[in-house]
Design a protein around this ligand. Structure first.
Ligand SMILES: NC(=O)c1ccc[n+]([C@@H]2O[C@H](COP(=O)([O-])OP(=O)(O)OC[C@H]3O[C@@H](n4cnc5c(N)ncnc54)[C@H](O)[C@@H]3O)[C@@H](O)[C@H]2O)c1
Length: 278
């Protein structure tokens, strides 16, 4: 009997998810899952034309039942050794309520569900955002609540109610901060299964999601960010893919529970440079 198939699950089959998957999935089976079936199918066509063994599923990360069903689909295919969580909605695409549901609750649910089955030696990577690094410090109690409250109780926290989270950008920032805290807390649990978990916090990376932001009401602000940063341009999905491959592969074996800011220097300029409000 041969060894079971190793499965890499990509949740959010967009540009960043695909770029990491291409680097870590040779010889493994890639399950591409997205709320938009056409996105998963288009990623599957691209990857299978490049020699990868793929299948597709639909998932809505804002639904516990849907994420649980995806876990069932993945484990029926083989041993889950990699999870790339790159599904999300941006401030221009959605209301504060939907952003909290998809980006904050959805990520917490994915980490809980896949943390129950991730294989020994496995690795996960979540795509957060530099936006989480632009929010002012929260209290240690708020950090603890965002990190450890059971996913199904998260959206009832007083700090996440509409009187506290008033606009889509704030909802996005707090969701991405929560992702980072959640990854640190979940890395402890994943570690007990012999698996690692990290988060990448990208700056502006040219993808369909970023193009909507650049063409939307926040476009001029984003352009200013890029121009005032040390690197002076947007990133490419492949640059995020390289970091993802490092974190998921053997070179990253000592790294877990960590948040990697990769933004061309925008956050540095925000706090201490030309983008500083002070
Ligand atoms: N592109 C950037 O500049 C940038 C910067 C920082 C962070 N990010 C983050 O990177 C992640 C990936 O975005 P991208 O830029 O590759 O965009 P993308 O639009 O190419 O991919 C995002 C994918 O997520 C899917 N998705 C949305 N809601 C979903 C849901 N409820 N369930 C399952 N799938 C869902 C979309 O259908 C889409 O295919 C997002 O979390 C985003 O916040 C992007």
């Amino acid at each position: 009997m041969g060894s079971p198939t190793s499965i890499i699950v990509v949740i959010g089959a967009g540009s960043i998810g695909q770029s990491i998957a291409r680097r870590v999935s040779a010889g493994k089976h890639v399950l591409l899952a997205d709320v938009r079936e056409e996105n998963a199918r288009s990623a599957a066509t691209t990857l299978s034309n490049a020699g990868f063994d793929v299948s597709v599923a639909t998932v809505d990360v804002s639904s516990r039942g849907s994420v649980h069903a995806l876990v069932g689909t993945a484990t029926a295919l083989g041993d889950v050794v990699g999870v790339i969580h790159a599904a999300g909605v941006s401030p221009t695409q959605a209301s504060p309520e939907s952003i909290l549901k998809v980006d904050l609750y959805g990520t917490a649910t994915v980490l809980e569900e896949f943390g129950n089955i991730i294989g020994r030696g496995g690795a996960g990577v979540v795509i957060g955002s530099m936006s989480g690094h632009r929010l002012s410090a929260l209290t240690s109690e708020q950090n603890r609540l965002l990190a450890t409250t059971a996913a199904d109780e998260l959206l009832a926290l007083p700090m996440l109610q509409p009187d506290q989270v008033k606009d889509p950008l704030h909802a996005y920032q707090i969701s991405k901060r929560a992702n980072s805290l959640r990854v640190m807390a979940e890395a402890v649990r994943w570690g007990k299964r012999g698996a690692r978990l990290n988060i990448i916090s990208p700056g502006i990376v040219i993808t369909p999601l970023a193009m909507e932001e650049l063409n939307g009401p926040r476009g001029p602000g984003y352009r200013r960010m890029m121009e005032s940063s040390a690197v002076g341009r947007a990133g490419t999905p492949d640059e995020i893919g390289n970091l993802g491959a490092f974190l998921m592969g053997s070179d990253g074996a000592f790294v877990t529970g960590s948040d990697f800011l990769i933004d061309g220097g925008v956050t540095a300029a925000h706090w201490f440079g030309d983008l500083s409000l002070r």
